[in-house]
Design a protein around this ligand. Structure first.
Ligand SMILES: [Zn+2]
Length: 201
């Protein structure tokens, strides 16, 4: 599997929220999760699933079921985008987005078990591939953890006007402006350069 996603947000939940590229620019807007397969590719690239788990899920999920799961994936993605955006804009979060996240917190659960082995109890990790929605569980958990963490105040929106991806600003002075210096920092630099040339030329 190739690595098509630019995971630059510094947090799984924000990288997931960024999977609608150029959201505010109708001409460039690009759905990075157009199919269940692409969602699994995201889960694999972001480390939610290993390769074997990703392949197993793809194999055991039929097309119709994958489509249904994709609808839920996009629902969650949209809810997370607006919840984290409300943190960034310091506004009250949309009630529907919060309800949506809470529905996922309540519904998306994986079977867990305690085993007795070698004279000790062991908690087995949840089996992410036991259901096609399994990979959503770590994403929902990452979102809940970040929303309630002190770090949430460092969620920023990329300053490049067509990008506006969300990211977690872990820089020392919390002055980071771009989702990624190599992507949007350079785009902004190029734009300033051409604007100067236009002004002087
Ligand atoms: Zn950007």
């Amino acid at each position: 599997m190739p690595n098509p996603f630019q995971l630059v947000a510094g947090d799984l939940a924000l990288d997931f929220a960024n999977t609608l590229d150029s959201r505010y620019d109708p001409e460039r807007r690009l759905e990075l999760l157009p199919s269940y397969d692409r969602f699994i590719a995201f889960a694999w690239q972001s480390g939610v699933l290993n390769r074997a788990q990703a392949q197993r899920l793809l194999k055991q999920t039929g097309e119709a079921e994958g489509q249904l799961v994709l609808t839920r994936v996009i629902d969650l993605r949209e809810a997370l985008h607006f919840l984290f955006l409300s943190v960034e804009t310091k506004e009250r979060p949309p009630r529907s987005a919060l309800e949506s996240l809470n529905r996922f917190l309540a519904d998306v659960r994986l079977p867990q078990s305690i085993e007795w082995e070698k004279g000790k109890f062991h908690r087995l990790p949840a089996d992410l591939v036991s259901t096609p929605v399994g990979p959503l569980v770590p994403i929902v958990e990452a979102a809940a953890a970040l929303l309630t963490s002190p770090d949430v105040t460092h969620v920023r929106e990329c300053s490049f006007h067509t990008c506006r991806w969300l990211f977690l600003d872990r820089s020392k002075n919390h002055t980071r402006r771009w989702c990624d210096m190599k992507i949007c920092g350079n785009r902004a630099k190029a734009q300033r350069f051409y604007a100067r040339q236009r002004d002087t030329g």
